[in-house]
Design a protein around this ligand. Structure first.
Ligand SMILES: [Zn+2]
Length: 240
C-alpha cells in the first residue's frame, strides 16, 4: 500500500521558463491533471489520513493521492481552488507566518518577480471551504543551514503565530527548500507538528518517517504522460 503526495507551488498562466520549472504548473495542465485523477478514480485523501496510516496502520484507499501546495500563493485561490472545488478534492496549503498578505520576497535573490501570497481573509475563506493549512516556517529559510536557535524560531514561532492569527491548529509542517537534518526534524516533532513533508522524491510506504515524507513535484514540463509517469512509476525513494 502506498500513497503519492504531489507537490505543487504556483498554478497560473506562465510563459515557458528556464529555471525553477518544478515550481510552476500551467492552469491548463493542472485542470487536465485533476480531471485525470477524477476520471481514473484516484482517491484524494488528507495528509491526516497519511499520518493515521503511518502511525496506526489505518488502511488507505487504493490509488490514494495527497495534494500539497507550498508557500500559499494568491494564485492558489484564483486558479487551483476553483478546479479542486469542481472535483471536491482535498488539498493542504503551507503558509509562511511572517508573510501573510505579503509577497514571495525570497524570490528577489534570483531576480524574479515576487508573486503575491494569500491574505488573512483569503486563508479564512479557503479554510471555510475545507482547504487544510500547514506551516512553512516564518520567512522561507533553509532550516538545515541556519543557526539552530533560528531554525527553532522558524518552526515553533510560525506555529504559534499562525494559530494565534487564524484560531485553528497548524498540525503539519513543510521544510522550505526541503532543507532538513536530524536536529531540524527533532525541532519539528517537539514543536507539536504531526508530520513534516520534504522534497525527497518517491511514494510514501509503510514505515516512512513521519517527519521526512517524500513528495512528487509536478513540474511545468509535465504533460499528461509525465504526470502519469510520476504518479504510477516514480515511486522509489530518492533523496537527492
Ligand atoms: Zn517554499
Amino acid at each position: 500500500m502506498s500513497v503519492s503526495v504531489l507537490m505543487y507551488h504556483q498554478i497560473g498562466k506562465f510563459s515557458p521558463m528556464k529555471s525553477h520549472r518544478s515550481t510552476y504548473c500551467h492552469v491548463k495542465r493542472f485542470n487536465v491533471q485533476m480531471w485525470y485523477l477524477n476520471f481514473f478514480k484516484y482517491k484524494i485523501i488528507k495528509l491526516d489520513d497519511v499520518v493515521e496510516y503511518l502511525k496506526k496502520d489505518k488502511p488507505l484507499p487504493k490509488r490514494a493521492v495527497v495534494l500539497t501546495f507550498d508557500d500559499g500563493y494568491k494564485n492558489f485561490l484564483e486558479y487551483a481552488y476553483p478546479i479542486l472545488k469542481k472535483y471536491n478534492f482535498h488539498a493542504i496549503v503551507y503558509l509562511l507566518s511572517n508573510l501573510i498578505g505579503n509577497k514571495a520576497i525570497w524570490f528577489k535573490k534570483d531576480n524574479r518577480d515576487t508573486p503575491p501570497l494569500l491574505s488573512f481573509d483569503e486563508v479564512c475563506f479557503l479554510k471555510k471551504q475545507g482547504i487544510d493549512f500547514g506551516s512553512h516556517g516564518r520567512n522561507h529559510r533553509k532550516l538545515a543551514e541556519i543557526p539552530l536557535s533560528l531554525a527553532k524560531e522558524e518552526i515553533e514561532l510560525s506555529k504559534k503565530e499562525l494559530e494565534e492569527l487564524f484560531g485553528f491548529e497548524f498540525k503539519h509542517f513543510c521544510y522550505p527548500y526541503g532543507s532538513l537534518n536530524k536536529k531540524v526534524k527533532t525541532l519539528v516533532k517537539n514543536a507539536g507538528y504531526v508530520s513534516g513533508v520534504s522534497c525527497f522524491r518517491g511514494a510514501v510506504y509503510r514505515g516512512c518517517d513521519l517527519y521526512e515524507i517524500p513528495r512528487k513535484a509536478i513540474s511545468y514540463g509535465d504533460n499528461i504522460v509525465g504526470f502519469f509517469w510520476k504518479l504510477e512509476v516514480k515511486n522509489r525513494l530518492k533523496r537527492q
